[in-house]
Design a protein around this ligand. Structure first.
Ligand SMILES: [Zn+2]
Length: 310
């Protein structure tokens, strides 16, 4: 049973081999034993265990925080993990940023919460530019083997996301402001190499104005403050000079209606449908109860006939 007498350093080397083969469970077990034996490379082994935890569960921000703390307390210089080589302090900075990104992305709430989230994302994007810059993201390399994403590109994407989030918080109160935020987001997306078509489409919608066919109010922001409602605009009406007549999609199969009119109609029609549904269910239940009663009567009659026949 020679393996019982392996030294801590031998266990360490064995664990590193497991990492190269991506056998992380075995690697973690060997690193743990190495630490138990108080081997000279124990602190490095604890860093490797933190990296494995991050690789195996990359959605948990605590894994990045733990790795960053570990790296700062050990200060190991260059760290090698599989094919990846990275300066420990540089990796610690990146882990802090990734943890912040995951936490921010999972934040959701009302307009005020989203406004703060948008601003925080923009600040985070700037930090990626400052702390990582042109260098590639080592966490992406360690976790996914992806060596294409640079700090700059990640910074642009995160800032775009920040402006998109700001737009979503502003659109209910100020669609023009939302469109301006989206213009910034679009510029960042383009710089990052994305086509930004979703932003462009929203900018067009949020900048568009229409007159409500029902109340005649003018409003801005398609899909938010006014909506297309299925209708039929007859050819005679299409030729009118009134600007209200122009306030319809190009196929004349809908009219634009402001959200207050739209929601008043849909809520009332929901309430009416609900009443019809409830009435129908009540009638169905009554019929069912009557039938059950009749069946019971027939059964009782049949059994009394059977008793008399005996
Ligand atoms: Zn209206």
């Amino acid at each position: 049973m020679a393996f019982l007498f392996k030294s801590g350093d031998e266990l360490f080397d064995e664990a590193v081999n497991h990492i190269n083969l991506k056998e992380y469970v075995k690697a973690r077990a060997d690193f743990s034993k190495c630490i138990e034996k108080g081997a000279s490379k124990s602190s490095l082994a604890s860093i490797y265990i933190s990296i494995i935890a991050m690789v195996q569960n990359p959605e948990n921000p605590n894994n990045y925080k733990a790795l960053a703390n570990n790296l700062r307390s050990v200060n190991p210089g260059m760290v090698e993990f599989g094919l990846t080589q990275v300066d420990g302090m540089r990796l610690a900075d990146e882990c802090d940023l990734v943890a912040q990104r995951i936490i921010l992305m999972s934040t959701n709430g009302n307009a005020a919460v989203r406004e703060k989230k948008g601003k925080d994302l923009i600040q985070l994007g700037l930090q990626y530019q400052i702390k990582i810059g042109k260098d590639t993201l080592k966490t992406d390399e360690l976790i996914y083997g992806d060596t294409a994403m640079s700090g700059i590109k990640e910074s642009l994407s995160i800032q775009a996301l920040g402006y998109e989030t700001l737009a979503s918080s502003a659109v209910l109160t100020d669609p023009k402001q939302a469109a301006e935020y989206l213009q910034n987001a679009y510029n960042y997306r383009r710089q990052a190499g994305d086509d930004g078509s979703h932003d462009k489409q929203l900018i067009e919608s949020y900048s568009k104005s229409a007159k409500c066919w029902i109340c005649g109010r003018t409003t801005t922001g398609e899909g938010i403050h006014f909506l297309a409602m299925s209708s039929e605009i007859t050819p005679f009406m299409r030729n009118g000079q009134d600007d209200l007549l122009k306030s319809a999609p190009a196929n004349f199969e809908a009219v634009y209606v402001c959200r207050p009119c739209y929601s008043a109609i849909s809520r009332r029609s929901d309430a009416i449908s609900r009443k019809y549904y409830d009435d129908a269910i009540r009638d169905l239940r009554a019929t069912e109860a009557r039938l059950q009663m009749e069946i019971a009567e027939v059964r009782a009659h049949a059994s009394s006939m059977a008793i008399r026949m005996r």
